[in-house]
Design a protein around this ligand. Structure first.
Ligand SMILES: [Zn+2]
Length: 408
């Protein structure tokens, strides 16, 4: 039933030229602006010292102006599993994207059994822009644009799992909606990498660890610069009422370059003593991306930063688990992970600021969950929460929840 409604609006949107949707929009009442920035695997234990040292000035300013805290995630959290939960506010078993591989196939948007938020917003006339958000490949029609992110398939990345095809190398589905926007992006932004770099395997590392680590980190930085340029272009040339941007290099760096001590499981001095600042540096680099995004944000815009889960070093009992030291593809020697059976061991994080959101509010305990993001965004736009959604509106973050509701 739900899925039928969801499919119908997509067909309708697909049939409408984007220009026409844009025109219809201009005659409507102004709607709130919301920018969501998703960071894959943001670890508060690593971020807090950086905040104290003044190395994340942009995130610090969001904290001062808004509400923040831990975000309860799902069990055995990973990116597609949690992002699809963000999109639908339903359980992984309900929305169908239970992990990276579902029934032998790489997770993709065609597997979604519940309506995602981009469809609900589009149906309600909100303009939607999404770029590099994980688990959005192949892209789906929206009232605006969508550029896929993690799990995009392409050349040298045929399975689509944790690799980095360039926009021109994408295969097996569309990475850009509307399709005509692809040529525009290639012309004005360039042939950017659509996802973060795949981690090297144990075999690639052996014997030249330092060179391999440096080369990988240089590629990660290049990808981040390209993403910053893409976001800057989209926010200036294609502003939308609802915008969702994604970052995914932090998590990948954490898996194998988390700064651990020799007593931690998996410690290998040839890898783990080389660039001990590499993982914290990812958040300093993210803060610069955040700064570039905040330049486009005014006092009337809501900014929400969310992470799907944290990441922690391996544990004592994983010393004997042959898979514990391997990444999602089981080839990289990893020292940290997030798919612990108890999701409360690796909470995500949530930061929000904007008109009517309380200042300097800390959210305690596990009151806020990944299920609450979609209902809270719908609330900002004055859209009623559909019955299937498991989360709730985070009314405690608003000064006056009535006033915060948008004019419909
Ligand atoms: Zn990960």
């Amino acid at each position: 039933m739900v899925f039928q409604r969801f499919s119908m609006v997509l067909v309708l949107l697909a049939a409408l030229p984007v220009a026409l949707l844009g025109q219809a929009q201009s005659t409507a009442k102004p709607k709130p602006h919301v920018v969501v920035i998703g960071v894959n695997g943001m670890e508060l234990d690593v971020i807090r010292p950086l905040l104290l040292e003044g190395k994340m000035p942009n995130l610090s300013s969001v904290i001062r102006k808004g509400a923040y805290g831990k975000l309860r995630t799902v069990s055995a959290p990973n990116c597609p599993r949690v992002y699809s939960t963000f999109f639908t506010s339903t359980k992984p078993e309900e929305h169908g994207v239970t992990g990276f591989i579902v029934g032998g196939i790489t997770a993709n948007t065609n597997m979604l059994k519940e309506e995602p938020i981009w469809s609900m917003l589009s149906k309600n006339g909100v303009t939607v822009g999404m770029a590099n958000v994980p688990a959005t490949f192949p892209v789906m029609p929206v009232n605006g644009y969508m550029i896929s992110g993690m799990l995009t398939r392409g050349k040298n990345c045929e399975d689509g799992v944790l690799c980095a095809p360039k926009l021109s190398e994408v295969q097996g589905g569309d990475a850009v909606y509307p399709p005509a926007m692809k040529a525009e992006l290639l012309k004005n932004v360039g042939d950017f990498y659509i996802d973060c770099e795949r981690m090297p395997s144990a075999a690639d590392l052996k014997g030249h660890e330092t060179e391999a680590i440096d080369a990988w980190l240089n590629k990660v930085q290049l990808i981040r610069e390209q993403q910053t340029q893409l976001f800057d272009y989209l926010l200036s040339r294609h502003p939308t009422e609802f915008t969702w941007l994604g970052q995914s290099c932090e998590d990948r760096t954490g898996h194998w370059l988390y700064p651990i001590a020799p007593y931690n499981a998996g410690y290998n001095p040839k890898i783990n003593a080389v660039r001990t600042e590499a993982f914290p540096d990812q958040y300093i680099a993210f803060d610069k991306v955040l700064g570039a995004v905040l330049k486009h944000v005014d006092d009337n815009t809501y900014v929400i930063i969310v992470s799907d889960h944290g990441i922690k070093p391996l544990r004592e009992f994983e010393e004997t688990d042959p898979h514990a030291h391997m990444d999602h593809e089981k080839t990289t020697p990893v020292v940290a992970k997030h798919d612990f059976a108890d999701g409360d061991d690796v909470p995500g994080s949530f930061f929000a600021m904007g008109p009517g959101i309380k200042h300097d509010l800390r959210l305690m305990g596990f009151e806020v969950s990944v299920y609450d993001l979609a209902p809270t965004i719908l609330h900002i736009y004055g859209i009623e929460q559909p019955a299937q959604m498991r989360g709730r509106v985070l009314s405690e973050i608003f000064e006056n929840s009535d006033k915060a509701i948008a004019k419909k």
